[in-house]
Design a protein around this ligand. Structure first.
Ligand SMILES: Cc1ncc(COP(=O)(O)O)c(C=O)c1O
Length: 353
């Protein structure tokens, strides 16, 4: 890795002692510094770490009109010996660039991404909450900054990384409803990119589901809306009669890094894992036959989000209590343990900051 010193301007007064680390709301508290780089004339320039603060924007900034904006979500944690660690940072660097390519945006060099991340987290390492399951959430993002009205790719961009200490996320098992009207993504669309607009489009269906008493929706696809895609902003896993099943990525599903890591861990543990088309009818059949043992969402923020209930049309399916489940709790413990150094990093996913 190239180790270049990024121009750094430190805060005069840290905000650290104003934060209650035992009570961290998700995504509301930001650490002292952020990384910023600007793209113009075909190059990323002026990489810098500066005090966290506002941007000013021109009203015609293209991102505000045509939505060229992509992002990542990742976490830094502390190893038992106090070393800050990142999990699979290069995967995130590659994914933001894959997202950028889909949205016709500039790519940020991957080694420079990891270097920026390392220097930022190193500087703000006192912001990493020490408790297992807590972390410093990292949000890299990029947006179009040309001051122009008219649809075309922007020629200038800003890339930024901010970080936020977070406590354990989504602790409660969730109630889901199978979405039958709205779609998140279709193959050939933008679902495989972490593009900001995808999340805007998901808000109305999620809101309608919440009004009916559910926490989130299960996104469906396929010609007849019968194929399971994802849950909310997570990939989805089922355990059916001892076999772990997850929808194959098909261009509509986000290629989750947690999903990929889970598949590797489970195969290594000797589980049968299938990535394939998952029809909702087979989930109902498995439930009726008493074989639907587990269902959970997989993503960086929550790691594992257990599903307690699933509504499909008129049928409410109640899953076994979390205490009776094996796979989801094992994966959550594995990833949390890996991040804190209790579980051996046999796949070399951790990168020291
Ligand atoms: C739509 C969607 N699916 C799945 C995921 C899970 O991906 P990862 O495991 O890389 O966090 C995310 C979060 O990034 C997401 O936004």
């Amino acid at each position: 890795m190239v180790s270049t010193q990024i121009r750094t301007t430190k805060v005069q007064q840290s905000k650290l002692d104003t934060v209650d680390f035992s009570n961290l709301p998700f995504g509301k508290i930001f650490s002292d510094h952020m990384f910023v780089s600007d793209y113009k004339d075909g190059q990323w320039t002026d990489d810098r770490i500066v005090p966290f603060g506002h941007f000013t924007m021109h009203p015609a900034s293209m991102v505000l009109h045509y939505g060229q904006a992509v992002f990542e979500g990742m976490k830094a944690s502390k190893h038992e010996d106090g070393t800050p660690m990142l999990l699979s940072p290069l995967e995130h660097a590659k994914r933001i660039n894959a997202s950028a390519r889909r949205m016709m945006m500039a790519e940020f060099p991957e080694e420079r991404f990891v270097e920026a991340l390392s220097q930022l987290v190193n500087l703000d390492q006192a912001w990493i909450p020490p408790q297992e399951g807590s972390a410093l959430y990292i949000r890299p993002f990029m947006f179009a900054t040309d001051e122009f009205i008219g649809v075309r790719p922007s020629e200038t961009y800003r890339f930024c990384i901010v970080t936020a200490p977070v406590g354990p996320y989504y602790a409660k098992p969730v109630r889901l409803v199978v979405e039958q009207k709205y779609v998140r993504a279709v193959p050939g669309g933008t679902g495989e990119a972490k593009a900001a607009g995808n999340y805007a489009g998901s808000l109305l269906p999620a809101h309608l589901a919440q009004q009916k008493g559910f926490d989130q929706v299960v996104w469906m696809g396929g010609p007849n809306m019968t194929q399971v895609q994802e849950v909310g902003t997570m990939n989805i896993f089922f355990v059916i009669d001892g076999e772990v099943v997850t929808p194959a990525t098909d261009g509509a599903i986000l290629k989750g890094i947690t999903r990929k890591n889970f598949i590797t861990i489970l195969k290594d543990q000797g589980y049968k894992v299938s990535e394939r088309v998952v029809e909702i009818d087979e989930i109902v059949e498995a439930y009726d036959a008493g074989k639907l043992e587990e269902m959970f969402g997989a993503g960086t923020a929550a790691v594992v989000s257990h599903v307690s209930e699933l509504q499909y049309k008129d049928k409410l399916m109640t899953l076994p209590p979390v205490a009776d489940r094996k796979v989801g709790p094992f994966l959550k413990q594995y990833i949390d343990g890996l991040r804190s150094g209790k579980v051996e990093d046999k796949f070399n996913w951790l990168v020291k900051v």
